[in-house]
Write a new protein. Structure first.
Lengths: 319, 329
């Protein structure tokens, strides 16, 4: 893994206003992202895990410029082509039902370059073969493909403009296990052969473990732990990471195994908690947890956690 | 445990067709599923394996007149479900048999407070006073570890989180002391931390009351943690059954093996996953022989005949495969 940073996020905050009074002033705010600092390295697969409502998808929308951050900035490294594409969760609703597959796949190119139809068709055929579809299927419409094939079309579309970074937003959660295996193999092969950088957003820990070099764990719009996949999954340093890992169902492990669970609901992001955001649910909450926590380095420099007790809890938290 | 008089649900050789223009979709092809008293039984399969259709038919919730039962029988608490009149079914649904669906928001009425919805179900089946029903509702919500039940009763469904709504529906399912609860992907829409809690609560309550559960899921890991016995379905038929630990620990049918091998946790990170080649068969054309044989790496000439479930190990571990005795270790 090369160590050059391709894209960096600096103090990204996103607040959405909901409801408005008679003057149009917002009556309440949703704090979706609360200070995200992250750099994406060239050629890596960066995993982002967390429960629903933790801001994973808002982060994807910030990365793709679909949402403008309220504060903070996103910067590309010098020399990068600044191209970013996204593969969405649901291959049914993310493909235009009225366009044939070749138009769907080449739309990013069509919008930028206005190439001839024959040229685009040829490009679509080449990409289709790379993602395991046949050239002659390219005149079909999205509804004529199966779920797995549609996700292949979405991947081909993401590849068509030769992006530097592809954001994969839950790319396999709508698929069956056997199809998931095919799509994950395809994504891994493409990453190796084309030297792509992926940001893989998923709630499925086994998919993240399988695909990622580095993992960021998100909780209530913040990164609570960041490190290499091996560090985060085998030596979790934040109590929330441990809770998440314990909760992942595993074949052959008892339902009651792991640390006991307390209050399990994610608190509302309308009014943020004081101090550590995880304090209310944390089994290890102690004095000092009412202070705002910073993302601090641990034993190795690449492993960070947002918990002031991470050092002393290390032995307790390792599964 | 296996004698017929202790089973709450007994599906024998059930086949169901859905008529479509110039033909029929043969969704269920000879399914046998049995749930004993107080037993937690899982049905696991990919989309299109007919696991939900089987569960819906157990309560006859399929749209009336839109399906044909072409063979077999369904016996629920000693009643013939296929022949029963609709009034009989209405009487037992919600009382002796309860259902928990995948999407808790669409299972609750968005225009009514939780109190009114819970009391309606409880008073319909229990014929008790409103205050007694309300006390019961509060106790049930407390059992589901809902912190402030009185307050929750005054809420509308949209004001509650997904985990909270699903716990309310599970509380409601237990409200009339059912003999069996049919749960169709009850935790699929929930986060993993909430899922673990909901599963723990549901299992503890079922064990306490001796309620049987038929649990439908696509997630092998959840089934392995939750169920006593499991049925693996493929293309409308059961391909393997047995105690959960045995079936998922030492699977014998090539499909069960392929499904387990396709999981990302089966290989080291970065290694290529073993996917299953091909795709599920088209159920509107007539299937002959083993439905999995076109995708099976062990397929042999014998596979052109339809295999029956046969014992492959102790504790009623059974698989429907011609090769399971000879070639497959």
């Amino acid at each position: 893994m090369s160590k050059t940073s391709l894209l960096s996020l600096d103090g990204i905050r996103v607040r959405f206003s909901i409801g408005a009074d008679w003057l149009g002033r917002p009556t309440a705010l949703v704090n979706a992202l609360n200070g995200i600092d992250l750099s994406v390295m060239k050629g890596e697969v960066l995993g982002i895990v967390g429960e629903s409502g933790c801001g994973k998808s808002t982060l994807a929308n910030v990365l793709t410029n679909l949402v403008r951050p309220t504060e903070g900035r996103m910067a590309w490294a010098a020399g990068a082509a600044r191209q970013l594409q996204i593969v969405f969760q649901d291959p049914q609703s993310s493909l235009d039902p009225r366009l044939p597959a070749w138009r769907v796949i080449t739309e990013p190119v069509f919008l930028r370059e206005r190439r001839s139809s024959a040229d685009l068709r040829c490009l679509a055929g080449d990409l289709a073969e790379q993602v395991g579809l046949r050239r002659e299927q390219m005149d079909r419409y999205p509804h004529e493909f199966s779920g797995g094939q549609r996700q292949r079309i979405a991947i081909a579309r993401a590849l068509s403009s030769s992006p530097d970074v592809i954001v994969l937003d839950e790319p396999t959660s709508a698929l069956d296990i056997s199809v998931q295996a095919q799509i994950l193999n395809l994504l891994a092969d493409l990453q190796r052969s084309r030297g792509l950088t992926y940001i893989l957003i998923s709630h499925n820990i086994s998919v993240i473990r399988h695909m990622c070099d580095r993992i960021a764990v998100m909780y209530l719009g913040q990164i609570v732990e960041l490190g290499t996949a091996a560090d985060v999954l085998a030596r979790p340093a934040h109590p929330y990471t441990r809770l998440l890992l314990d909760s992942v169902p595993q074949i052959g492990r008892a339902l009651d195994a792991g640390l006991p669970i307390g209050e399990t609901e994610l608190p509302s992001n309308r009014r943020l908690p004081q101090g550590c955001f995880f304090r209310e649910r944390c089994l290890f909450a102690a004095a000092g947890c009412d202070q705002v926590q910073a993302l601090a380095t641990l034993a190795s420099e690449a492993h960070l956690a947002r918990c002031h007790r991470a050092g002393e809890l290390a032995a307790t938290l390792h599964p | 445990m296996t004698s017929a008089n202790t089973s709450v649900l007994d599906i024998q050789d059930l086949s169901i067709e859905f008529p479509v223009y110039k033909g029929a979709v043969r969704a269920v092809n000879g399914v046998c599923v049995r749930v004993g008293r107080g037993e937690i039984v899982g049905i696991v399969g990919e989309s299109g394996s007919a696991k939900s259709v089987t569960a819906m038919m157990a309560m006859r919730l399929l749209p009336e007149g839109r399906f044909d039962v072409t063979g077999g029988s369904v016996t629920l608490l000693g009643r013939d479900v296929i022949a029963a009149r609709e009034e009989e079914m209405v009487d037992i649904r919600g009382r002796d048999v309860a259902m928990v669906f995948q999407e808790p928001l669409s299972a609750l009425n968005p225009t009514q407070r939780i109190e009114r919805q819970m009391l309606e179900v409880i008073r319909l089946h229990r014929r008790c006073s409103a205050s007694a029903a309300r006390a019961l509702a509060i106790r049930l919500l407390g059992d589901m570890r809902i912190a402030d039940p009185e307050q929750v009763l005054q809420r509308y469904p949209f004001e509650l989180s997904g985990g909270m709504r699903q716990r309310i529906l599970i509380a409601l399912a237990f409200s009339c002391d059912p003999k069996i609860i049919i749960a169709d992907e009850p935790t699929t829409a929930l986060d993993v931390t909430v899922q673990r809690q909901v599963l723990q609560l549901m299992r503890a309550k079922a064990r306490e009351l001796g309620t049987a559960i038929l649990f439908i899921s696509h997630d092998l890991a959840v089934v392995s943690q939750f169920c006593d016995r499991v049925y693996v379905m493929y293309a409308g038929a059961v391909v393997e059954e047995g105690p959960t630990g045995v079936v998922l620990g030492t699977p014998r049918h090539p499909y069960t093996r392929a499904l387990l091998n396709a999981l990302p946790e089966r290989v080291r990170p970065g290694e290529s996953l073993q996917s299953i080649p091909g795709s599920v068969p088209n159920l509107s054309s007539l299937l002959s022989g083993c439905a999995f044989s076109p995708r099976c790496e062990h397929a042999a000439p014998a596979c052109s005949g339809k295999p029956q479930l046969a014992d492959v190990g102790p504790q009623n571990h059974r698989a429907a495969c011609w090769l399971v005795k000879e070639t497959l270790p």
